[in-house]
Design a protein around this ligand. Structure first.
Ligand code: ATP
Length: 432
């Protein structure tokens, strides 16, 4: 199989996702719905593995970060205070001829599709609106959150008081966010409903620059530990024009997608902007009293804000590989949905029974896949290569004599013989 161009690569990944059960078009039997996607059996496992690794790195393995899970619908005044009602807008233009809609910053003077004339710029608020309760009226207008961060800010004092954390400390949250994007696209890269993994770290104002640098390093380390190729990762520092109004300094972690270098995560010094705005709008005191220095101050916030779906897409893109006779998804074994496929060489002579027994034993340690479909074991290997399963275990006639199986490595297809009793230890060691 020849290596293909970049657009082709995205097309191939989309079709692999469908074929192997990673991602399906949403509501497909009704013709699908624009830029909405459903995670299938393998997709949901990969997504969970990504979120679990993030949660572990950001909360479980640290004593300075607490978790939180806020409601998606919040008091509408939250979004006034945050600036979203007024300022969370994109500049929208329409083509007068073909009616296609664009973000103004993505086009020049003419419609890129048909060369038609464009309308004047209109500001379009990206927040999804709905109404709370049975009557549709202005008074019960609410929004679906466009970011998880605000839930953290408004709970700053609750979390600090109950956890008894002292500054510096952080609050982490994983959850769905919604943005009525004008130009969603590139598969799951930009959608209107997506999941974020956000952590807000509260610090003394003068320590904010130092913590920004620390979090920058921590977060890059996390991506590398997912097994992502270093050459495909970089930082981009926001220029003056790019800098959000609330931030003093900001970086993006970017990945080299087939459609160019794109943001995976924002790491921002948000100053005391958010807490001060909520103090003003709610009238509640969200300042912090530091024992020792006996000082009261409004903390600065260093934010790390990543997208689950984008991270997942990055993992798939980075792992996708084509060889002469196979497509292989070289996912890090730690992330792979199934850790091993288990195959009886033939469907007789007691091999399926032994293989099933192995699958049962392994299942209490790892997620595994049992496959006794008739047909060559080679075909069954290929299917798991494409699904990203790092190890293959085959029960053959020798197994019946000496209780060993072949353990095949997805990446180099090498095979070793391992005692059945040693499988759990060996696979555990290989996964690391
Ligand atoms: P972009 O410039 O790509 O629209 P942003 O700068 O608006 O992103 P942030 O507000 O910083 O994004 O959101 C933090 C993270 O949330 C992003 O880095 C991304 O991973 C994720 N994210 C934001 N919008 C979307 C979306 N529409 N679809 C999928 N993920 C998203």
């Amino acid at each position: 199989m020849a290596k293909q161009g970049n657009n082709d690569k995205m097309g191939k990944i989309v079709s692999l996702c469908k074929r192997r059960g990673y991602v399906f078009p949403s509501s497909e039997i009704y013709g699908g719905i624009a830029s909405c996607w459903d995670y299938g059996p393998l997709g949901v496992e990969l997504k969970r593995n990504i979120k679990e690794r993030w949660w572990k790195a950001m909360t479980l393995s640290r004593d300075d970060i607490e978790g939180l899970d806020c409601s998606i619908i919040m008091h509408p005044r939250v979004w006034e205070a945050s600036g979203h009602v007024e300022g969370f807008t994109d500049p929208l233009v329409d083509c007068k001829k073909c009616k296609q809609r664009f973000r103004e910053d993505e086009v020049k003077d003419k419609c890129p599709d048909c060369g038609g004339e464009l309308t004047e710029v209109r500001r379009f608020n990206l927040m999804f609106k709905t109404h709370m309760g049975p009557v549709v009226e202005e008074a019960n207008l609410v929004y679906l959150r466009p970011e998880t961060a605000q839930g953290i800010y408004v709970n700053f004092s609750n979390v600090q008081a109950t956890s008894r954390q002292k500054i510096p400390f952080g609050i982490a949250q994983i959850g769905k966010s919604f943005r009525n994007e004008i130009t969603p696209g590139n598969f799951i890269f930009r959608t209107r409903e997506f999941e974020q993994m956000e952590m807000q770290y509260f610090v003394r104002p003068e320590e904010a620059p130092e913590w920004l640098e620390k979090w920058k390093e921590e977060r890059m380390k996390w991506y590398k530990e997912l097994g992502i190729k270093e050459d495909n990762l970089r930082f981009h520092q926001h220029t003056e024009e790019e800098l959000p109004h609330y931030a003093a300094k900001a970086y993006d972690v970017q990945y080299k997608f087939p459609f160019g270098w794109q943001e995976l995560e924002g790491i921002h010094n948000r100053t005391d902007y958010d807490l001060k705005r909520h103090i003003q709008h709610s009238g509640k005191d969200l300042s912090y009293f530091e024992t020792g220095s006996e000082e009261r101050f409004v903390p600065y916030i260093i934010e790390t804000s990543a997208g689950v779906d984008r991270t997942l897409l990055m993992c798939l893109v980075d792992a996708y590989d084509e060889e002469e006779n196979r497509v292989v998804l070289r996912l890090s074994p730690r992330l792979a949905p199934y850790k091993a496929g288990i195959f009886p060489l033939v469907k007789r002579d007691g091999m399926p029974e032994v293989a099933r027994e192995i699958a049962k034993e392994l299942r209490s340690h790892f997620r595994v896949f049992y496959d006794d479909e008739t047909g060559s074991v080679g075909r069954r290997y290929r299917r798991q290569d494409e699904a990203g399963t790092p190890y293959g275990i085959t029960v053959d006639s020798q197994t019946l004599k000496d209780d060993t199986v072949t353990l095949r490595d997805r990446d180099d297809m090498s095979q070793i013989r391992v005692k059945i009793d040693d499988l759990v230890g060996k696979i555990g060691e290989l996964i690391g």
